[in-house]
Design a protein around this ligand. Structure first.
Ligand code: SF4
Ligand code: SF4
Length: 434
């Protein structure tokens, strides 16, 4: 059997070809580009929904976002919208809605836990029983920290939970001990290695291996076969499991830094201005997003490693684990690598970029800032459209171009935004630095 590339695949309605799926052009007249743009819109809506869900969990709602989710989904119903140009506009509107929802979530995080502050996070097991929390849901972590206070159980973060250590309202809990592991896809190895109870709070969870299935719990929308679900933030079964498992073997600790929020970075604005004007900072980079286990993602480490020493690198999302162990030093006290948080903290990076535009009195595309994105799933699609909505040009994207984009769609993105696939890291740096 050969894998012929499909122009499109749609089985939305009863007219679908041969009762299996339209793969060239629909009986309804839907073209491959329209089908793909509908898929793209659905992907962006899924990303927005994830952020909206977490904001809603913290009591934050935005009627515009909710209405856009409905409008966007309705747009993709059969025989509603055959206009490719309008579907690109809907992608941009999705980008706008995603900016709103990321702002909503960021503000909810700040309202509940304070402005993030730079933090050194201990990585490795410490004495005592432990619970490892993965995913993105800070409210879940907070409720767990409250319920485990005084029990002797240590709480560890995994993957995108690491930014929790930067929030004053979470780091105040002394038993928030540190981090185990790196990006989401190391979970099978890390969850097997450490004899802890595990809580998965959101997306980026994998079907568990048998050796840790009996100490694994999920919550919210996250569900796995035969894995118990925590209801109503009552973590009693998880806590009991951690006690039953007993102490961890302590190991040699390393550290990672996180917690560079907008306020911290902007408090450095006068110094940044002075360094840029003196030619000591030549360019800013935002390198981050979602990591994935492809060998092609080694690009991001090589890229960051080879950046000239007069550059500053903002990062966020689990893409940072490709290079956040590198010792990149500082430029007269400004750390060269600044971890701004989770993928939804892309909004914080946008705020910093816009503040730098004001500082230097330039437009976004004239700022010496290059965005180098890694993407994995639909949240990244929403963020990509947010950056398009802001008009950001000349971004690099990897590990591959989104598969939903056919040649016609890629042409629009290249012509309008000069979106470029990642290539050779050193060559890319040479082109960017000129
Ligand atoms: S909506 Fe159009 S393209 Fe989709 S299955 Fe029906 S006829 Fe085919
Ligand atoms: S940054 Fe993306 S891939 Fe990584 S944990 Fe978050 S959603 Fe998943």
């Amino acid at each position: 059997m050969t894998n012929e590339p499909l122009d499109m695949f749609c089985y939305q309605c009863s007219q679908t070809m041969g009762g299996t799926g339209c793969t060239i052009r629909g009986a309804c007249g839907k073209t491959p580009t329209v089908a793909r743009l509908q898929d793209n819109l659905i992907f962006a809506l899924k990303g927005i929904s994830a952020y909206n869900y977490h904001a809603n969990e913290l009591g934050a709602k935005d009627q515009d976002v909710d209405e856009f989710l409905t409008e966007g989904l309705y747009t993709t119903l059969t025989n509603v919208n055959f206009d490719a140009g309008d579907l690109i506009n809907m992608g941009l509107k999705a980008g706008e809605a995603n900016i709103k929802v990321m702002k909503l979530l960021k503000q909810a995080h700040i309202d509940h836990y304070g402005e993030p502050e730079p933090a050194e996070v201990k990585v490795g097991a410490q004495p005592g029983p432990g619970i490892l929390v993965t995913g993105h849901d800070l409210r879940a972590l907070e409720e767990l920290l409250k319920q485990t206070e005084g029990t002797g159980i240590n709480i560890y973060t995994h993957s995108e939970m690491i930014p929790a250590h930067g929030y004053p309202g979470l780091r105040k809990y002394e038993h928030l001990k540190g981090q185990l592991g790196g990006p989401w896809y190391d979970q099978k190895k890390i969850f097997s290695k450490y004899n802890v109870a595990i809580l998965a709070t959101s997306n980026c969870v994998l079907l568990p291996k048998d050796d840790y299935k009996d100490r694994f719990f999920t919550m919210g929308v996250t569900k796995l076969p035969e894995v118990p679900v925590i209801e109503n933030y009552d973590f009693t079964p998880l806590i009991e499991k951690a006690k039953e498992l007993g102490d961890l073997e302590p190991e040699k600790l390393t550290t990672l830094s996180t917690g560079f929020g907008v306020s911290t970075i902007l408090s450095l604005a006068p110094k940044i201005k002075e360094l840029v004007e003196a030619g000591k900072i030549k360019r800013f980079f935002l390198v981050g997003g979602c990591d994935s286990p492809f060998s092609k993602n080694k690009y991001y480490r090589e890229f960051v490693e080879n950046l000239p020493e007069d550059t500053i690198i903002l990062t966020l999302g689990c893409g940072k684990y490709r290079f956040n162990d590198l010792e990149l030093g500082d430029i007269e006290g400004i750390p060269r690598l600044l971890d701004m948080g989770q993928c939804n903290d892309a909004i914080a990076a946008v705020d910093v970029a816009l503040a730098l535009c004001d500082l230097f009195n330039v437009e976004l595309n004239d700022l010496p800032l290059t965005i180098v994105l890694s993407w994995m799933e639909q949240k990244a699609a929403a963020i990509l459209w947010s950056l398009f909505y802001l008009g950001k040009k000349d971004m690099l994207i990897g590990p591959i171009l989104p598969a939903w984009a056919n040649d016609e769609i890629v042409k629009v993105l290249v012509d309008t935004f000069n979106l470029t696939p990642i290539g050779d890291p050193k060559e890319d740096i040479k082109k960017i630095m000129g």
